[in-house]
Design a protein around this ligand. Structure first.
Ligand SMILES: CC(C)(COP(=O)(O)OP(=O)(O)OC[C@H]1O[C@@H](n2cnc3c(N)ncnc32)[C@H](O)[C@@H]1OP(=O)(O)O)[C@@H](O)C(=O)NCCC(=O)NCCS
Length: 143
């Protein structure tokens, strides 16, 4: 199975991308105009990159990263990885690793001193195996 990792293109949205995200959170019900607006916002920001894994002519995996510019750490940068997911039937074939490798490479290439992510407890072993360390507690405030 040939898998290509590349940046998200507009046509991908309707070619498996939203259904892939369904494996993380129900997503494919999003209105067309809203999905296109989100794409335009991301596409216009060089510090927000969405990668996709393409196999057999459709999108079967994705992961995103945005670069946080800081005053601390002498104007340092942090790469935040979000929404990494591989479609059910394509899991356990190395695609998650390929996406994570590419995202961490982008983070390093943009000069980030660290790469951070949040993940559910059952995914911690996958990330620890890749060299991630369990860090500070994650908190949230819902609006
Ligand atoms: C996490 C996820 C992206 C991994 O994708 P994947 O394509 O199945 O992962 P890979 O096939 O590249 O796995 C690479 C290695 O990690 C291991 N691995 C995969 N999921 C694992 C898990 N949950 N716990 C421990 N190891 C895991 C694999 O066995 C494989 O090890 P090996 O090379 O020694 O055989 C996928 O399980 C997924 O989409 N989960 C649902 C969405 C989610 O929770 N995402 C949150 C990410 S923070």
């Amino acid at each position: 199975m040939e898998v290509k990792i590349r940046e998200l293109e507009a046509g991908d949205i309707w070619n498996g991308f939203l259904e892939t995200l369904d494996h993380l959170k129900p997503t494919s019900g999003i209105r067309r105009e809203k999905a296109e607006e989100v794409f335009r916002m991301i596409d216009s920001n060089p510090d927000h990159i969405v990668l996709v894994a393409e196999a057999g002519g459709s999108i079967v995996g994705t992961g995103s990263i945005f670069i946080d510019h800081k005053f601390i750490h002498n104007g340092g940068r942090v790469g935040h990885i979000e929404d990494t997911v591989v479609s059910g039937e394509y899991q356990k074939r190395g695609i998650g690793d390929m996406l994570m490798d590419a995202l961490v490479e982008i983070s390093a290439g943009k000069g980030c001193y660290k790469t951070a992510l949040n993940c559910p407890d059952h995914i911690i072993p996958f990330q620890v195996r890749r060299g991630f360390k369990v860090g500070l507690q994650n908190m949230r405030y819902d609006h």
